[in-house]
Design a binder for this molecule. Structure first.
Ligand SMILES: NC(=O)c1ccc[n+]([C@@H]2O[C@H](COP(=O)([O-])OP(=O)(O)OC[C@H]3O[C@@H](n4cnc5c(N)ncnc54)[C@H](OP(=O)(O)O)[C@@H]3O)[C@@H](O)[C@H]2O)c1
Length: 178
């Protein structure tokens, strides 16, 4: 009896995100950039954001040349107003439905704990943790409407074991927060 295995299908047929929509925060550099490329390469339509408009437009242009379906807008995810605007733009762009939310933005200020200021604490909490939490709340109706949704948090090993990353960053990356 001939076995019907997946090997007869191409990678594209086995792993496809065609028809899927994704929001990736902080997609212009580093891990976020790689995630945008991977999702778009698998056929998803991706929306991303960053604070630097020039760099964002350069990335969008590159992705267009590669044939990827990627759009985006400027947003500082540490700002509640910006997050609300981002969610509205994403909702309009994807017609109220979102399959994948990737909370990627994260940053760090390294200091010994006794030297952190309340401003440092607030900045890191807003950028790394509050933004991801609020983006989930804002995206919730869009994710529900899509009928097939996933949320990914880009955490860090610093949230699991003691590393010399600074205590505030470690707290924002504690996997129990999510
Ligand atoms: N790199 C590592 O070794 C490592 C290890 C473990 C976990 N992580 C986690 O992985 C994630 C990505 O790290 P990365 O190293 O790839 O970062 P990165 O290279 O610094 O890139 C960060 C991206 O997010 C954007 N961004 C930063 N702050 C933003 C804000 N307030 N609002 C909107 N966009 C913002 C940046 O663009 P603009 O600056 O133009 O806004 C950029 O596109 C973070 O959550 C980090 O904690 C990283």
């Amino acid at each position: 009896m001939a076995a019907h295995t997946n090997t007869q299908y191409s990678r594209e047929q086995r792993w496809s995100l065609h028809g899927m929509t994704a929001l990736v925060t902080g997609g212009t550099k580093g891990i976020g950039y790689a995630i945008v490329e991977e999702l778009a390469g698998l056929g998803a339509t991706v929306y991303t954001c960053s604070r630097n408009e020039v760099q964002l437009n350069e990335c969008l242009h590159e992705w267009e040349k590669k044939g990827f379906q990627v759009s985006g807008s400027v947003c500082d995810v540490a700002s509640e107003t910006d997050r609300n605007e981002l969610a509205n733009k994403v909702s309009s762009f994807f017609d109220g439905k979102l399959n994948i939310l990737i909370n990627n933005v994260g940053t760090n200020i390294w200091k010994p704990t006794v030297e952190y200021t309340t401003g440092d604490f607030s900045f890191l909490m807003k950028t790394n943790l509050e933004s991801a939490y609020h983006m989930c709340q804002l995206a919730h109706p869009l994710l529900k409407a899509s009928g097939a949704a996933n949320i990914v948090f880009i955490s860090s090993v610093a949230g699991v074991v003691l590393l010399d990353t600074g205590s505030i960053y470690a707290a924002t990356k504690d996997v129990n927060c999510y």
